[in-house]
Design a protein around this ligand. Structure first.
Ligand code: BG6
Length: 300
């Protein structure tokens, strides 16, 4: 089914469109096109797998070896990590939101050409370990991609403590050639060095080995400069106090069955959220919103 909003002042080409189809693994997905961009969103995990501006190569990396199956995370795109980040004893890594089929609540092609899609995490047995809550995800596509994860604590008397993270995989020309900016001076947990706390000293971070870092109190914009693709990517965020930078490098890539051995050269994760000491505690009835805007332009 294809739909577009009719507006007499706008030509059909200038409106966004949403198409429903079976994606890989026959999982339901939406293909979105706007006058500036195309995107793909799977209901499985509310997972944005693709975003591409018309005159650019894809913004997001998606592994050729990814699984597309119920109960399994998709490798690449933007996994929604919630309500915990990382390992939790006896439970799956990075929470259950990324492996549940989300409900599609609304999609709205707007007169300005942008398209917004709103999804909601359905009730599930895993959620019963937490106070009652709702988690909504609003994805807006135009020249840029904006993601908002809104969590509301529905409990009358209990706090809801959780972590969240939009685990964004960016497509890069060559990971050893990129530089990452905006994190200088911040403390980080170095997961590759047994969670040692260190301080970032570099203006321009380069990747030449396995990197797995949780930057704390990191509220600012991060930029990725990619000379091979001639592109600058901006990650602007609000309601986020953590930035995670991850590249699995050689040995870890070989251990991951859903990731190609050489694919680490073509990706970097710069993840925005609230994890570890920056987790969120919501008072009864309160809401929090994590907003991330991804944009790109030619590198001059
Ligand atoms: C990162 C973590 O956010 O996600 C890494 O910091 C982890 O430690 C990576 O390896 C990928 O996690 P997963 O569960 O998708 O393989």
């Amino acid at each position: 089914m294809t739909t577009s909003q009719s507006d007499k002042s706008t030509t059909p080409e200038a409106l966004g469109r949403v198409t429903f189809l079976d994606g890989q693994g026959e999982l339901p997905m939406l293909e979105i096109s706007t006058p500036w961009s195309t995107a793909g969103i799977y209901l499985h995990g509310a997972h944005v797998t693709q975003f591409q501006k018309k005159d650019e190569s894809p913004l997001l990396f998606l592994s050729q070896c990814s699984r597309f199956a119920e109960g399994q995370p998709i490798r690449g795109g933007i996994p929604v990590v919630f309500p915990w980040f990382g390992a939790r004893e006896g439970l799956g890594q990075h929470g259950f939101a990324r492996i549940k089929p989300w409900d599609l609540k609304e999609f709205a092609p707007a007169p300005d050409g942008s398209v917004s899609v709103r999804l909601r995490l359905p009730d599930c047995p895993e959620a019963s370990a937490f106070p009652p809550f709702t988690a909504d995800y609003l994805v807006t596509m135009s020249q840029s991609l904006t993601l908002a994860l809104i969590v509301t604590n529905l409990s009358k008397d209990a706090e809801f403590t959780f972590e969240n993270c939009l685990h964004t995989y960016f497509d890069v020309g060559d990971v050893t050639a990129i530089t990452i900016h905006g994190l200088k001076g911040l403390a980080y947990l170095d997961k590759v060095a047994s969670f040692q706390e260190k301080t970032e000293t570099r203006d321009a971070i380069r990747i030449a080995s396995e990197v797995d870092r949780v930057y704390q109190n990191a509220t600012g914009t991060v930029e990725i400069r990619d000379p091979r693709l001639g592109r600058r990517i901006r990650v602007d965020k609000e309601g986020s106090a953590s930035t995670v930078v991850w590249n699995p490098w050689i040995a870890k890539s070989r251990q991951m069955s859903d990731f190609g051995n050489e694919e680490y050269t073509r990706m970097v994760c710069v993840e925005s959220g609230n994890v570890a000491s920056n987790s969120i505690s919501l008072a009864p009835g309160a809401s929090s919103t994590l907003t991330v805007k991804l944009s790109s332009e030619a590198l001059k």
